[in-house]
Design a protein around this ligand. Structure first.
Ligand code: NAD
Length: 241
C-alpha cells in the first residue's frame, strides 16, 4: 500500500513542488486547493471552511492511513498595522492560521488511531524575525510556529510529530505577485528589485520551491523520527545575520 500525504495549497509554488516530490517518492498525494491542478488527486477546497476541510479529510481517511499532512496554503499581505484593515487582517488569519487549524484538527483523530503521523506547517522566516510593512503576515506566521510546538507537545504521546518549516524568500508566483505590486506602487524596475532581493541572502540568491520540498519530505519521513516541535529555517542564511 502506498503511503498517503495530504497537502494544502498544492496547486502552485512551494505546494506544487511538494506534491510533485511526494508523488515521485511513490506516495498517494491529495491536494486541497481552491485552484485546480493536474498533479496528485485534486480536492476542491477552501481551507478557511473548517467543516469542508474536515469532510474532505475524513473521506480521504476512509481509504486508509494519512501518513503526512503538509499545511502549506497561505497568502501574503503587505501593510503596517495602520495600513491593515480589519477585513484584511481577518482574511490573512483565516487562510494562514484558521486554514492550518482546520487541516491539523481534521488529521489528528486519524493519526492518533494509527499511533503515527507527521505534520508540517509552512511558516516563514517571518515566524522568527519581523519584516517591515508585513504586520498581518508576520503575526500569522508566528502563530503557525506556536501551533507546531503546541501540537508537538500535545500529540507526542501518540507518536505524532509536528514541525514548522520557515522559508526565507522563495521564487514562487506569490513572490512575483508581491514584487509586481511593490514595483507598481513605487514605480521601480522589477529586474533591479529582484537583484536587490537576491543580494539580501548571504548565499546571494533566492530559494527555489524544490529546495523547500526536499526539507518537507525529510521531515515527513522516518529519517526525521526524533524531530518534533522544531522550527526549520531554510533561508540562504538570511536570519543568521
Ligand atoms: P503560491 O501563491 O504560489 O501558492 C499558494 C497556494 O495556496 C495556491 O495554490 C493557492 O491557490 C492556495 N490557496 C490560497 N488560498 C487558499 C484557500 N483559501 N484554500 C485553499 N488553497 C488556497 O504561494 P507560495 O509562495 O508557494 O507559498 C506557499 C506557502 O509558503 C505559503 O504559506 C507562504 O506563506 C509560504 N512561504 C512562502 C515564501 C515565499 O517566498 N514564496 C516564503 C516563506 C513562506
Amino acid at each position: 500500500m502506498k503511503k498517503v500525504c495530504v497537502v494544502t495549497g498544492g496547486s502552485s509554488g512551494i505546494g506544487l513542488s511538494i506534491v510533485k516530490l511526494f508523488l515521485a517518492k511513490q506516495y498517494q498525494v491529495f491536494n486541497l486547493d481552491i485552484s485546480p491542478s493536474d498533479f496528485g488527486e485534486f480536492c476542491q477546497c477552501d481551507i478557511t471552511q473548517v467543516s469542508q476541510v474536515s469532510q474532505i479529510i475524513n473521506d480521504i481517511a476512509k481509504q486508509g492511513a494519512i501518513d503526512v499532512l503538509v499545511s502549506n496554503a497561505g497568502i501574503h499581505f503587505s501593510g503596517s498595522i495602520e495600513n491593515t484593515s480589519e477585513d484584511e487582517l481577518e482574511r490573512v488569519f483565516n487562510i494562514n492560521v484558521k486554514g492550518a487549524y482546520a487541516a491539523v484538527k481534521a488529521v489528528l483523530p486519524v493519526m492518533r488511531a494509527q499511533k503515527n503521523g507527521a505534520i508540517i506547517l509552512m511558516a516563514s522566516d517571518q515566524a522568527l524575525i519581523a519584516k517591515n510593512n508585513s504586520f498581518a503576515y508576520n503575526l500569522s506566521k508566528a502563530a503557525l510556529a506556536s501551533m507546531a510546538k503546541t501540537t508537538a507537545l500535545d500529540y507526542a504521546q501518540f507518536n505524532i510529530r509536528a514541525n514548522a518549516v520557515c522559508p526565507g524568500t522563495i521564487e514562487t508566483p506569490l513572490y512575483h505577485q508581491a514584487i509586481d505590486r511593490y514595483c507598481e506602487k513605487s514605480g521601480t524596475n522589477k529586474a533591479e528589485v529582484h537583484a536587490e532581493e537576491a543580494a539580501l541572502q548571504p548565499l546571494g540568491r533566492l530559494g527555489q520551491a524544490e529546495e523547500v520540498a526536499e526539507l518537507v519530505y525529510f521531515l515527513g519521513s522516518d529519517k526525521a523520527k526524533f524531530i518534533t516541535g522544531s522550527l526549520q529555517v531554510i533561508d540562504g542564511g538570511y536570519t543568521a545575520q
